[in-house]
Design a binder for this molecule. Sequence first.
Ligand code: FEO
Length: 403
Amino acid sequence: MDDYKPLEIAKGIYWVGVVDWNLRDFHGYETPKGGSYNSYLVIDEKIALIDTVKAPFAGEMIKRISQIIDPSKIDYIISNHVEMDHSSSISRVLELAPNAKVFASSKGQTGLSEYYKEEGFDNWDLNVVKTGDELSLGERTLMFIEATMLHWPDSMQTYVKEDKLLFSNDAFGQHIATSKRFDDEVDDVMEDAGIYYANILLPFGGQVLKYIEKLKGLEVHPEMIAPAHGIIWRDNVSKVMTQYLKWAHGETVPKVLVIYDTMWGSTEKMAMEIVEGARSAGVEVRLRHLRKNDWSMTMKELMDAPVVAIGSPTMNNGMFFTNAGFLTYLTGLHPKGKKYFLFGSYGWGGGAVKGMEKMMESAKFELAMESMQIKFRPYEEDKKACREIGYKLAEIAKDNANS
Ligand code: FEO
């Protein structure tokens, strides 16, 4: 039995990463399917390790590397991204391969120097590279590509020219834990890639478009994309790149997304009536209760919806705490081109709708129509008004869908 077996993904190139089966929360983003941190070992006259893994998993990565070579033989460590899920085992590798050179972008150098002072950064042989720089390993050549704001300023990718293999770091990733390693071996991978995009890359559509143009300019036409999270793309490379273009362009369909929370059911009743009205106009409708659904999936649902209705009950003269949290998350991710409708209920004093309106205004989000709030509970005339609003929102969604 081979414990901690690496996987050869191309001749002489191995996956030596780890699967985080119990990951359910990636810095606040729900990951119900778990995750992985992918690092890769390229064996040539010189040996290169592409990225490392989250520090608690360093031992497992090193065991996998040890199945192929003595880790002391690693010549180069390519640090594509400073974030700790990829860089926090570099110092462990350097303990075993103290003469290894580390390669990072200029911003990567800055980030690594700030994060790893206590891990001896000052003694690292750190080499700064930029887009188009090449590093020969012998038979193979690594080319570096700065992927600025995909999703951090330091983000970089590494391309093996001879194999047409792109180590894309965070881009094209998905948070799934699986013993499979390739896109043709798992189901729903594009859906998982979409959830990942919605929560990690959504604010950076413009940069994604520039990056894909940059690849073309560099004559980078990958036949395999090996991200730092999830499975490796070999069967759907052009499909996922096309999908990234669609997401980056903000492609939408006739769809109304209704997001809400509720205390005693009044806001929920309003939400249900809005859904009914929108459904009757023949568009796709989705309903997401904030405490019963993953926000990461809600963001995926929001990506292709031109119209979003958000409802909140009033609590302590303001919006409900989940609405406040979700709106903070939403305005941070700042999806472009949406129209919003706000609604809610209150008992003795209002405040939820007003609070949401303030957040929308400061985020420069566009409201589709005047907000609606009801006192205590919706009666038949209120429900009818909600259905009519749902219908109007559906018409707006039809008018604004761009695909
Ligand atoms: Fe997978 Fe930005 O770290």
